[in-house]
Design a protein around this ligand. Structure first.
Ligand code: CTP
Ligand code: MG
Length: 248
């Protein structure tokens, strides 16, 4: 793929779709069920994530990528307008790739579905503190951009490298950012960028931007919020709970 060839934007108006990878097991969280189904502030983590996405008026559709054997029972009304597809893979990148493959195949048969030129906002189910404000900030910043981009935070702390648990080096932090989601790219370009790494089991692809970077693109960095952290370790649940309750 030639990164400078941006001519494949055939549809006149690019629309925005959200794709939510929700097929992980949450091994670092230490929960019995996958962490996205843990109750936080009165509902499961993923329901908070979906509520934030639903409050953004300009998303055509929200699609959840679930594990093939996911038997979670969803509240009927809560997911009425959300497409659930059971094609999650062994890694986050594979889940996103499989989901995009299915959506683009559906779009090839139905013009209301995702077209190659449409924007896809990929957002972790486990980032349940995202707000409509940040999602809209990302969309505003990227809608007219040639590549797309991601929410991220300039690194606030001093950055250390380590060897055997001791500091080996202090690294410059001026140009360092912490990547968050959503990450917003053209569906066709993101699919091609992920496809290029599929044969290597998506080695080194920990977010959408890293796939785009390997394909030669330079994603735009859009300042996110420290509240938009990914619930990963056991103490993160209490922090997420406090923050969500404080918003009510
Ligand atoms: N995810 C996914 N498919 C996978 C792995 C992860 O869809 N095979 C999703 C998770 O459900 C989560 C998001 O990607 O919403 C971010 O991943 P992460 O926080 O790493 O979640 P897990 O992989 O579930 O957790 P862990 O790495 O601790 O096992
Ligand atoms: Mg993981």
């Amino acid at each position: 793929m030639n990164p400078t060839d941006l001519s494949d934007h055939s549809s006149p108006v690019a629309r925005c779709f959200a794709l939510v990878p929700c097929a992980g097991s949450g091994s670092r969280a230490g929960t019995v069920a996958p962490k996205q189904y843990e109750q936080i502030a009165g509902q499961s983590m993923v329901m908070h994530t979906l509520a934030a996405l639903k409050s953004v008026g300009r998303l055509e559709k929200i699609v959840l990528v679930l594990s093939p054997d996911d038997a979670h029972v969803w509240p009927d009304d809560a997911v009425a307008h959300i497409q659930r597809i059971h094609c999650g893979g062994a890694t986050r990148a594979e889940s996103v790739f499989n989901g995009l493959t299915q959506l683009l195949a559906e779009g090839a048969k139905n013009s209301e579905g995702v077209q190659s030129s449409d924007w896809i906002l990929v957002h972790d189910a486990a980032r349940c503190l995202i707000t409509d404000l940040e999602i809209n900030r990302l969309i505003d910043a990227c809608l007219d951009d040639e590549v797309g981009g991601l929410l991220a935070l300039p690194l606030p702390d001093t950055l250390k490298a380590s060897v055997n648990g001791r500091v080996s080096e202090t690294l410059p932090r001026q140009d360092k950012w912490l990547a968050q989601t959503p990450q917003m790219f053209r569906a066709g370009q993101l699919h091609a960028a992920l496809n290029a790494k599929a044969a290597e089991n998506f080695e080194g692809i920990t977010d959408e931007a890293s796939a785009m970077e390997m394909a030669g693109f330079a994603p735009k960095l859009v300042v996110g919020s420290p509240h938009n952290f990914k619930v990963t370790y056991p103490p993160d649940f209490a922090l997420a709970e406090d923050l969500l309750r404080s918003r009510k």
